[in-house]
Design a protein around this ligand. Structure first.
Ligand code: ADP
Ligand code: MG
Length: 327
């Protein structure tokens, strides 16, 4: 199961995603956290100790790993949207998965994967999509089941839509403040990506009373609204150094998180792997035709394994999506 938190900069994506990760970590054996934001703050929000590895800097290493023993790719490079094939190395969202062991920062029962920020050499000549390629490859090779919990904090705005990450998550939760600009980000997303409407929801953050909640519901539709998190005096107390105030803030988030978890559980048990693969194949052809085949002076599309299915890959690993219900 994968969930992404989206929204305008400053709306509370990191606060809400880190809160939700901690909420899950208290209730379940293991959670994978993904920092997919250029402004990488998830580690500090989760208070995880250790060094993160910036996956955006290690694309070749990541794709070498994912390529495994497949032969259809030959010596042509893999890109972020290269669909898996027979022989691919997959990632499970489990604590003892070799990829997680190698690339995630593990502290307690949370493992954090970090895309990372710009480096000096990126100044004036890079784009964050270049970094997100690694994460796209990871998600497209991840065989997570219903009992696995993967939570991502993402870049501000509707940027995800332009990459294959747009279909990588089972649920998108927009964190919205009760303002026109904040709610507009959700409305823009709905307009650009109507195909994801049925997996896209909203939580109200920094909500000051019922009027604020009503305002957001009116803007986005009451059926999309999963709950309100108040404008919290407790969070401020925590940020001013009063450590135990975080427990009071967590109580303020809890009812909304219960609703997110209930919805996520219901939706993720219905993940349609065949449609996922179809979207991925389409994204890969577009990428090749528009850009990569020319860039690499190689036909990346020809000879690719077409027999692959995720269902078979899951079966080979002894997994089925519905094997374990969350309790
Ligand atoms: N419910 C809330 N009540 C009060 N302040 C909040 C709340 N949620 C977030 N904030 C504050 O808003 C600011 C931006 O939050 P952050 O989670 O970093 O946003 P984003 O990740 O969307 O850019 C932070 O200073 C944070 O403490
Ligand atoms: Mg943030």
């Amino acid at each position: 199961m994968r969930i992404a938190f989206l929204g305008k900069g400053g709306a509370g994506k990191t606060t809400t995603s880190s809160g939700f990760i901690q909420y899950l970590a208290k209730r379940f054996p293991f959670v994978v956290a993904v920092d997919a934001d250029l402004n990488a703050h998830l580690q500090s929000a989760l208070n995880l100790k250790g060094e993160t590895k910036q996956l955006g800097l290690h694309f070749d290493e990541v794709t070498d790993y994912l390529k495994g023993s497949r032969t259809d790719v030959g010596d042509r490079p893999m890109i972020g949207t290269t669909p898996p094939g027979v022989g691919s190395n997959f990632i499970t969202a489990k604590a003892n998965d070799p990829f997680i062991e190698k690339y995630a920062l593990k502290d307690g029962n949370i493992a954090l994967l970090t895309v990372g920020t710009y480096q000096q050499e990126d100044v004036g000549g890079s784009c964050y999509h270049e970094k997100l390629k690694s994460l796209a490859g990871i998600f497209h090779h991840m065989l997570d089941t219903q009992s696995d919990l993967v939570v991502a904090d993402t870049t501000a705005g509707t940027d995800n839509v332009a990459t294959s990450l747009s279909f990588a998550y089972d649920i998108n939760v927009f964190v919205l403040e009760p303002t026109e600009k904040s709610t507009q980000v959700f409305l823009d997303f709905e307009e650009i990506a109507p195909q994801f409407a049925d997996r896209t929801y909203v939580v109200g953050n920094k909500v000051d009373g019922e009027e604020d909640a009503e305002y957001i519901k009116e803007r986005v539709g009451a059926d999309k609204y999963l709950g309100s998190i108040p404008f919290s005096r407790n969070l401020k107390r925590f940020e001013q150094g009063e450590e135990e105030a975080i427990l009071d803030f967590q109580k303020e988030q809890e009812a909304t998180f219960d609703n997110i978890l209930a919805l996520w559980t219901e939706k993720a048990s219905k993940r349609d792997w065949a449609t996922y693969l179809e979207r991925l194949r389409k994204a890969f052809s577009w990428d090749c035709e528009r850009w990569y085949s020319d860039y690499y002076k190689a036909d990346l599309l020809s000879g690719m394994d077409k027999s692959f299915t995720y269902e078979q890959a899951l079966k080979d690993k002894g997994l089925t999506v519905k094997e374990t219900a969350l309790v």
